[in-house]
Design a protein around this ligand. Structure first.
Ligand code: ZN
Length: 73
């Protein structure tokens, strides 16, 4: 499943309350999702500021950034 990260970044930045951040892999996940679709983790951060920053970061770097930024804590 491919997604346009720039489009997602814009969407998330406009409505950060609807998203959360996976504490394990750093993916931006829909708040309705019970687990992370990328790594199946169920620990999340729902700090809007972190969600937006992460979304913008992903949008500007592309999805390869995830493997280089796995120390997000
Ligand atoms: Zn994850």
């Amino acid at each position: 499943m491919k997604q346009d990260y720039k489009e997602i970044a814009t969407t998330v930045a406009n409505d950060p309350a609807s998203y959360k951040l996976c504490s394990v892999c750093g993916a931006v996940v829909d708040k309705q999702a019970p687990t992370c679709p990328d790594c199946m983790a169920y620990r999340f951060t729902d700090d809007s500021e972190q969600v937006v920053n992460r979304a913008i970061d992903l949008g500007s770097r592309g999805q390869n950034a995830v493997s280089h930024l796995d120390t997000l804590e």
